[in-house]
Ligand binder design. Structure first.
Ligand code: PTJ
Length: 245
């Protein structure tokens, strides 16, 4: 039990979620290491959404709303930290949700499938019963794509993704939006839109933006997307890190 008046309460609460998800068997052991890396970047970012991330989120939400087949990809960490928030974002952007695990096992997929069902989301893709395609033509468990989801998707949101799969999806011609606290990661560098923020702040903010943009016309959304420059935005994100006291 973490006392609410602890100065690091919010951070410890996230750690607890990650640890419990590991003990429940759906978060990869490496997921705890990935979380620790994310924590460090978030600490240096001041644990707040910086203006560059807000700009990237606007372009990301506009892209999801303009997409024909938008998909939100989820893994163990995203499920542990933001399951309800992902479901809300899917509803507000008419996106599908697909399980896409780097360390894919049937057991983890089943557990995540059940969790989404328990949270009221019935038709998750990428399950053990889905019609899966393998992007690299060999049945590499890291390269799965549901034929109703990632396989036909034009825009994919990948929160907390590893570089290899981001690369695979990019090679498959998808527009990639990532949420990654590390602006220097391969995923951030190769994505079309990189949101340098914590998934726990970014996903709810994207849902808020989606409700704001929902009734805007296509030209309004296209202008946001076209005015966005990911390289420039990543530089701004990097400048937001405080490495001095
Ligand atoms: O559940 P699986 O099997 O798909 O595995 C998921 C992990 C995260 C273990 C896997 O994709 C992996 O190994 O990822 P990496 O290569 O460690 O990359 C994760 C990135 O997410 C790192 O750049 C972290 O800094 C970043 N990160 C960690 N926590 C957060 C985060 N970014 C945003 N919000 C976070 N809470």
């Amino acid at each position: 039990m973490i006392p609410k008046n602890h100065p690091r309460y919010e951070s410890l609460l996230l750690r607890d979620k990650v640890k419990n998800a590991f003990l429940d068997g759906y978060l990869a052991d490496s997921g705890m290491i990935a979380h620790g890396r994310g924590e460090t970047f978030d600490y240096l970012l001041g644990e707040k959404t910086v203006p560059a991330a807000e700009e990237a989120m606007k372009a990301a939400v506009a892209s999801l709303l303009l997409a024909e087949h938008p998909v939100l990809s989820v893994n163990g960490n995203t499920t542990a930290l933001a399951i309800d928030e992902v479901i809300e974002l899917a509803k507000s952007t008419d996106s599908r949700i697909e399980i896409n695990l780097f360390y894919r096992t049937e057991e983890r997929v089943d557990k995540i499938t059940k969790l989404f069902k328990d949270h009221g989301y019935e038709d998750i893709l990428g399950t053990n019963y889905d019609d899966l395609y393998y992007f690299d033509k060999i049945t590499n468990p890291r390269a799965t794509a549901s034929r109703q989801g990632i396989y036909i998707a034009d825009v994919i949101l990948v929160p907390l993704e590893d570089g290899d799969r981001a690369e695979l999806l990019k090679e498959a011609g998808k527009k990639i939006i990532c949420i990654d606290l590390n602006p220097l990661s391969r995923t951030s560098k190769m994505s079309d839109i990189s949101i340098v923020d914590n998934v726990v702040r970014a996903i709810p903010e994207m849902t808020r933006l989606a409700s704001e943009y929902k009734n805007k016309d296509e030209d309004f959304l296209l202008k946001i997307v076209n005015d966005f420059n990911n390289g420039e935005n990543l530089k701004d994100s990097l400048d937001s890190f405080k490495i001095k006291e």
